[in-house]
Ligand binder design. Structure first.
Ligand code: URA
Length: 234
């Protein structure tokens, strides 16, 4: 197996990022620094490490959906010492999340130890839809909905267009459904900030064909065969 493929399959990072890590001289094979991305390694015998940390292919694959509560970070080690989603999931495997949700966002997040699968699902080429429930204070005008749908312009740069549907207005709060197929940082929050309506509550309810469903906050379960197939069907 090629060194860059071995690293991405082990969940170190995407293939491109692994190439970069190798080029930066952070990877050793049997104790020697290697900068050749395509180097053939023997994954059963060779000892691979990234910045001194031993890397291994997972022995079996795990695919989980988690209802991330608000107030949890999506990193393995949060530099501010906050709780992370990995405090919620008990697994023998070294899991990582496919993409991230903001600390204050709740809802559906996928976890796995299968680097290839994660790279594929996260890749913009597959345009996997992500659906969010958005709550804002006050009402929203038809003209503002039109701006959100077309793609708001921030500092001369247009964010991707989005599917935006009004759902309800109740007790001074408007609920909307927002569907995007890219995952720029803080994309949904930035859209609403751009029209002067900061989000009060953001919840992801669907990724492609996988729904949050009735999963309780903080609960998780294995993806079904159908859900897995729906994620990689393209
Ligand atoms: N968009 C955001 O702004 N935040 C999230 O957590 C997810 C999408």
């Amino acid at each position: 197996m090629r060194l860059n493929k071995f690293l991405s399959n082990s969940g170190v990072a995407s293939r491109r990022k692994c190439d970069q890590i190798i080029a930066e001289g952070k990877v050793t094979v049997n104790g020697k620094v290697v900068t050749e991305m395509g180097l053939q390694i023997n994954e059963k015998k060779d000892k691979i490490a990234v910045e001194g940390r031993a890397i291994a292919l997972p022995s079996s694959f795990v695919y989980i959906k988690l209802h991330k509560p608000k107030g949890y970070a999506c990193t393995a080690h949060d530099e501010k010492g906050r709780k992370t989603i990995f405090d919620l999931v008990k697994s023998e495997e070294r899991l990582f999340s496919i993409g991230r949700l903001d600390y204050d966002t709740e809802g559906l997040i996928l976890l796995t130890n299968d680097g290839d699968f994660a790279n594929r699902v996260a890749h913009p080429r597959y345009h996997l839809e992500k659906e969010y429930q958005v709550t804002i204070e006050g009402e929203i005008k038809e003209s503002e909905l039109a701006v959100l749908r077309k793609g708001v312009v921030i500092d001369g740069e247009r964010l991707p267009s989005a599917g935006v549907k009004f759902k309800s207005f109740d007790n001074g709060f408007t609920k909307l459904s927002v569907i995007i197929d890219e995952g720029q940082n803080h994309q949904v929050r930035r859209m609403f900030e751009a029209i002067g309506k900061p989000i009060k509550l953001l919840k992801r309810v669907r990724i492609g064909g996988v729904r949050l469903g009735g999963l309780a906050r903080g609960a998780y379960k294995d993806l079904t065969e159908d859900e897995l197939n729906a994620l990689v069907k393209n």
